[in-house]
Design a protein around this ligand. Sequence first.
Ligand code: 13P
Length: 341
Amino acid sequence: MNLAELNKVAEAMVAPGRGILAADESSGTIKKRFDAIGVESTADNRRDYREMLFRSSEGMSKCISGVILYDETIRQNAKDGTPLVKLIENSGTIPGIKVDKGTKPLPFCPGEVITEGLDGLRERLVEYRGLGAKFAKWRAVIDIGPGIPSYTAIMTNANALGRYAALCQEEGIVPIVEPEVLMDGDHDADRCYAITEWLLKTVFEQLYYQKVALEGMVLKPNMIVAGKKAKKRAGVEEVAEKTVRLLKACVPPAVPGIAFLSGGQSDEEATAHLDAMNRMGDLPWRLTFSYGRALQAAPQKAWSGKSENVAAAQRAFTHRAIMNSLATRGQWKQDLEKKAA
Ligand code: 13P
């Protein structure tokens, strides 16, 4: 393992003003997104859509440090034959790859899941590295509900994240370690805090036991928010204060950066929360975004599968990228959203 090289890539992924575009929706997930805009999910449509994003030159070159790809996408060429990986590299952005194979029910733990994909991962990482991936992603999913999560779900998912991260570093690939506590329930922000704390403490314990170098990874956690069905949602300042307090208690400063998932927050909420955290200052790591939905919802709607909408969709994507870039510096203002609208 060349730690200096891993650290260089990890630092670049969280460089000031930049964040990650999560465009690694599995075929099932992208179909759901396409259904919502009335587009058939064919390989060509998926290619056209993602090519449109990667050719949004202003947003990509100024605001996006890395793109997480799905297995199909890392092998696809643009319409003119250029590999999509090349398009990404040409905009000064780093290609990465989702390597987990999604979740399956966890035995004897009703309502809970375990992320799969460790078998054969060493060999797949070698191939992905050859295809240009410099970082990878693995997502563990923890749900909050009556009687869950269980210790079994926390421990097995943290163990798998450790196994994945160690294999990545062995192959010279920076692991994005993504332990996600879902915001689907009716729990309040304090319960989200307690469960996320339990999860992150367990994940960092596993990373230690499995010899993962913290300097060569990026953490992708949820923010501390109330569940979507909660009677009382937490305000922007409360989310920022609780998230930073928790991360300071759980994430060693050796980790170069933390790139949040958006997890079902609205576009503007995800930006406002990130901005409020960066305004607090005096943080031991960089705080940035690794958003899927919060970067893509607007361009998806604007595009709606029509080639005549490509320019408008690219403007919508670039706008969100710029807003989130400003948030990484604590310089976002709500007026900027209105002006664009
Ligand atoms: P969202 O920002 O839509 O949560 O997606 C991020 C991601 O990569 C989830 O694994």
